[in-house]
Design a protein around this ligand. Structure first.
Ligand code: FMN
Length: 383
């Protein structure tokens, strides 16, 4: 007969830390309907059915990146994702898409629970259309005033994304946006994105009042991600300082800031801008056409990198947290590491000894699948 062993002080601290984490992100979990209040940020070409389903199956919230998909393509992706997971996931729609209304209707037809409206301030009509058809709407707010406006127009949650993020970025750091917006927006859950690579950072934003977080860069090298092996290897090789915003060389010709890994394409882009601007200065091309040429330089470049593996000339969109991507690993393992890091950090705060070896231990030894049991009755990923 085995003797039941009395719980050690460390067991008690682990339980207390889990319970505290559950309380901290309970609003985000309730909003998303998930075990973990972590959104897998939509990444065009990367966030398709396989990665989205893997993130949702791992207990977090996958989001399909619809990019420039047609309504039929989006429908196929939603159905494909649903075939791989029975858990909640969302769809990210770009507000500038010429068929935005049709895409919203496709989401409604297939009972997509959450729509993230990205790429500019969504109109109140778009928000209403999505809500009238039963979806919860998440909007991006690059400033407190815009967050308030989104809430007034009916957004059910706000995403704040700092300039550390991969892809299209604003000018303000996540840490500053969080300080400006989290204390003043309480009516709806606020999710924080940009530069988050570890659980300790997730915990910090939750303690500042975030309902949850969104990560993109950390999921690119998930085993389930269809990104080309060369794209993944570029991430694994890169350091934070390699993920830089696109460079604009002349204020008359604005360049939309995009954070990506430096490569031959980013170097050629500067030379190309100089050539176009020289032609404009010589009167050989109008300002409008010169601007269009500059804007078209990157057309199709993300697809070239992610799908075709052209890491020299394609766009290697990546956030500064790329330095924390060290290997390919299953999405559920990435999530397990993030949660373990948050829990270990909480255990130290709850009076545990400072154990440096905790900082980089592997995933899973705190039994992430236990997370949430008892506290809220929500199912763990491994169940
Ligand atoms: C390759 C790549 C593509 C992205 N594409 C989109 C997109 O299509 N729509 C969008 O709203 N955000 C996009 N993002 C931003 C992510 O959804 C997410 O908010 C961001 O990656 C979070 O910051 P992080 O990269 O520091 O984790 C993209 C990011 C990356 C790295």
């Amino acid at each position: 007969m085995t003797q039941a062993t009395a719980p050690t002080p460390e067991d008690d601290r682990t339980r207390a830390a889990r319970a505290r984490l559950d309380r901290l992100w309970s609003r985000g979990r309730a909003f998303l309907g998930t075990e973990l209040a972590i959104m897998g940020g939509a990444m065009t070409w990367v966030s398709e059915r396989n990665l989205v389903a893997a993130i949702s199956n791992g207990g977090a919230f996958g989001v399909i990146a619809s990019g420039s998909m047609t309504p039929d393509q989006l429908q196929a992706e939603i159905l494909g994702t649903r075939a791989l997971t029975s858990r909640p996931f969302g769809v990210n729609l770009i507000t500038l898409h010429p068929r935005l209304d049709d895409l919203i209707d496709v989401c409604a037809e297939h009972r997509v629970s959450h729509i993230v409206l990205a790429g500019g301030l969504p109109s109140s009509a778009s928000i209403r259309r999505a809500k009238d058809r039963g979806a919860k709407v998440v909007g991006f707010a690059p400033a407190a005033s815009i967050a308030r406006k989104l809430v007034k127009n009916g957004a059910d949650a706000i995403l704040i994304e700092g300039m550390e993020a991969g892809g299209h970025i604003g000018p303000v750091a996540t840490s500053v946006l969080a300080q400006e917006i989290l204390p003043v927006v309480n009516d709806v859950p606020v999710f924080v994105a940009g530069g988050i690579g570890r659980g300790e950072a997730i915990l910090s934003y939750l303690e500042m009042g975030a309902a949850g977080v969104q990560l993109g860069t950390r999921f690119v090298c998930a085993t389930e991600s269809v990104a080309h092996p060369r794209y993944k290897q570029a991430f694994i090789n890169a350091a934070a300082r390699d993920a830089v915003p696109s460079v604009q060389i002349d204020p008359r010709f604005p360049v939309i800031p995009v954070r990506a890994l430096n490569n031959e394409g980013t170097r050629r882009f500067q030379v190309f801008q100089r050539e176009v601007i020289d032609r404009f200065n010589r009167g050989e091309v109008s300002q409008k056409d010169a601007q269009l040429e500059i804007e078209h330089f990157w057309a199709g470049a993300l697809r070239r990198a992610v799908i075709e593996g052209d890491v020299e000339n394609g766009s290697l969109m990546a956030g500064q947290s790329v330095g924390m991507v060290t290997r390919e690993q299953p999405a559920a393992e990435i999530l397990g590491e993030l949660v373990d890091q948050a829990i270990r950090s909480l255990m130290v705060r709850l009076g545990g000894p400072e154990k440096p070896e905790w900082r980089d231990s592997g995933p899973g030894d705190l039994g992430r699948s236990d997370l949430g049991r008892g506290q809220s009755g929500m199912m763990g990923a491994a169940e």
